[in-house]
Ligand binder design. Structure first.
Ligand code: NAD
Length: 482
């Protein structure tokens, strides 16, 4: 049997007390590459106690010194970028060009968090009354819990923990139990960069581990990313014990193509958005709405390009699309396709049963295109999280926006047009948090907030940037008269 991944507690790698472990596999071959423990409440408590013990001296470490650790981590991540990307492809499946992009996005968050001394500054105003001045300070709060999904196992923890530790908190991180290996390497690099023992702790596991974190009285806040179902559970459970919570959920992202769009640009952006990472992105486009004449043009291009996608091992040159994360997820995506057909949608390209020669044990789903999708069918309303797109037609932009607004999700959306006014009107009316104008994956960079609306987000302050700093700090306001 393969090695069981260890927890990282108080600066040491410790065996979990779990009695159960899960297999970690390379999704391109199905071969086992490790095992992950389902850590218990006692493991969570040990990590929280280590984080709690490390907090006073880390908090007392001046912010510029904390930032130096992040500067060194950034340099180490850059030195190890290619190794991290290849390791990530092996455990996640997405092609190496995509994993390089993911590692880069993670580095950008560390880079942004290096500015903590500036980002953490408070405000001052003198003479708020005769002889009275007021000032605010941002202070850390204690131990934060961070819980990650499988689809960006390098980047998503880095949306949070560099800001949490940069501002002087300590952290217990629970990576996804499906692909925790590459982040283990990042934790090693953080140690090498000089992060003191106990400032960042890692506990591997699943539901029980998460529940213990939500309930733990010494954790002051939780940052969660995952499906909407679990995001809501975590939000409710952790706020019940008065924690601050930012909980990012699932998505169903619309891409609206107007007749005046640059059709080649729109097509290229839609194609990348839908099939990148085999559709396993919270920003993946999953519904194209062609308005009027745009429908026939985008439809024809999409059907052509989708059919030409080469599935394969993401480490092999020339592969366009890798596998999905697991056999269970492949079966889930396939059953969504079955259901779409049963509910009356037209299946114009069928990705079920795809295989790759020599990699028959891999978790393959080919590109899939639906048309004439009934508005209340599962394929129209649920997040599929696979390489599956619906192509709809609307008579005008109002009808297209009404289709989008019918979704319970509100993570991202895109419009393709050459009209500034149409783009401006769309931005004003979209009611969705991350908006692309002639951009297929509207991923905010590290210095902007990342997060959705409606059922895609539970909480107030989003990930990254100034929101991240605000989430991990409290403002203390002092009014002085001398
Ligand atoms: P998931 O909800 O299954 O798991 C996320 C985390 O929750 C994991 O760490 C898992 O161990 C834990 N978990 C699972 N079930 C639980 C339960 N019942 N109780 C407590 N904890 C539980 O999500 P996933 O499949 O790992 O990731 C894909 C999902 O994440 C998609 O829905 C995707 O849209 C979403 N996502 C959202 C964003 C965003 O920014 N909004 C970003 C990335 C991924």
């Amino acid at each position: 049997m393969s090695d069981v991944v260890r927890n990282y507690v108080g600066g040491g790698w410790r065996a979990s007390s779990a009695t159960e472990t899960l297999s970690l596999t390379n999704p391109a071959s199905g071969a086992e590459i490790g095992r992950v423990p389902l850590s218990t409440g006692a493991d969570v408590d040990a990590a929280v106690q280590a984080a709690k013990a490390a907090y006073p001296s880390w908090r007392a470490t001046p912010a510029p010194q904390r930032a130096q650790v992040l500067f060194r981590l950034k340099a180490l991540l850059e030195e190890n970028k290619e190794d991290l990307a290849r390791m990530l492809t092996t455990e996640h499946g997405k092609v190496v060009a995509e994993t390089r992009g993911e590692v880069q996005r993670g580095i950008e968050n560390v880079e942004h968090a290096c500015g903590i001394p500036t980002l953490m500054m408070g405000d001052t105003l003198e003479e708020i009354a005769p002889g009275v001045d007021s000032a605010s300070w941002r202070q850390p709060l204690g131990v934060f819990g961070i819980i990650a999904p499988y689809n960006f196992p390098v980047m998503i923890p880095l949306w949070f923990w560099p800001y949490a530790v940069g501002t002087g908190n300590t952290v217990v991180l629970k990576p996804s139990e499906q692909d925790p290996l590459t982040h283990q390497k990042i934790v090693e690099l953080a140690e090498e960069a000089g992060l003191p023992p106990g400032v960042l702790n890692v506990v591997h596991g699943g539901q029980e581990t998460v529940e213990s974190m939500c309930d733990h009285p010494d954790i002051v806040g939780i940052s969660f990313v995952g499906s909407s179902r679990v995001a809501e559970i975590v939000y409710r459970r952790a706020t019940a014990s008065a924690k601050r919570v930012q909980s990012l959920g699932g998505a169903k992202n619309y891409m609206i193509v107007l007749p005046d769009a640059d059709m080649d640009l729109a097509h290229e952006a839609c194609h990348g958005s839908i099939f990148g990472s085999s559709g396993q992105r919270c920003l993946a486009g999953s519904v194209i709405v062609g308005v009027g004449d745009a429908h026939a043009q985008i439809r024809e291009r999409m059907l052509d390009s989708a059919a030409s996608i080469r599935l394969g091992d993401g480490l092999v040159e020339g592969t366009d699309m890798g596998p999905v994360i697991s056999a269970a997820h492949r079966d889930r995506v396939s059953s969504f396709i079955d259901q779409g057909v049963a509910e009356g949608a037209t299946l114009s390209l069928d990705g079920r049963g795809a295989t790759v020669e020599g990699l028959e044990g891999g978790y393959w789903v080919g590109p899939t295109v639906f048309e004439d999708v009934p508005a209340d069918s599962a394929i129209a309303t649920e997040e599929v999280f696979g390489p599956v797109v619906s192509i709809n037609r609307a008579n005008d932009v109002d009808e297209a926006i009404a289709m989008m607004h019918a979704s319970r999700y509100g993570n991202a959306c895109s419009i393709f047009t050459t009209s500034g006014k149409a783009a401006r009107d769309f931005r004003y009316r979209a009611g969705i948090s991350m908006i692309g104008v002639n951009i297929g994956v509207a991923a905010p960079m590290a210095f902007f907030p990342f997060g959705g609306s409606k059922q895609s987000f539970f909480g107030d302050l989003k990930a990254q940037g100034r929101d991240g700093v605000a989430f991990f700090t409290d403002q203390r306001v002092v009014i002085s008269r001398w």
